[in-house]
Design a protein around this ligand. Structure first.
Ligand SMILES: [Zn+2]
Length: 80
């Protein structure tokens, strides 16, 4: 006789950061400027590290593309 154990199906809810945020948060502490709209965003250490690797040495040169601009860019790319 098989019987499914109940009570162990509760989903774990980790608070995963959803990428850049417009406000500084506990996780998103590293400022980056969107190269498209020029707005400041904050990213988590992990993302920041990736950007740093991607862009090289000078953190002041770091730019990224925010979600809004990325969406706009993606739509544009799709349209062409
Ligand atoms: Zn932007």
């Amino acid at each position: 006789m098989t019987r499914l154990k109940e009570g162990s199906t509760q989903q774990e809810r980790h608070h995963v950061p959803e990428g850049p945020t417009k406000i500084k948060t506990e996780l998103n502490r590293y400022p980056l400027r969107c190269r498209e709209c020029g707005d400041m965003y904050y990213v988590n250490e992990c993302d920041y590290h990736d950007f740093k690797l991607a862009f090289g040495a000078d953190p002041s040169e770091l730019t990224f593309c925010c979600n809004d601009c990325e969406d706009a860019g993606a739509e544009e790319a799709y349209a062409h």
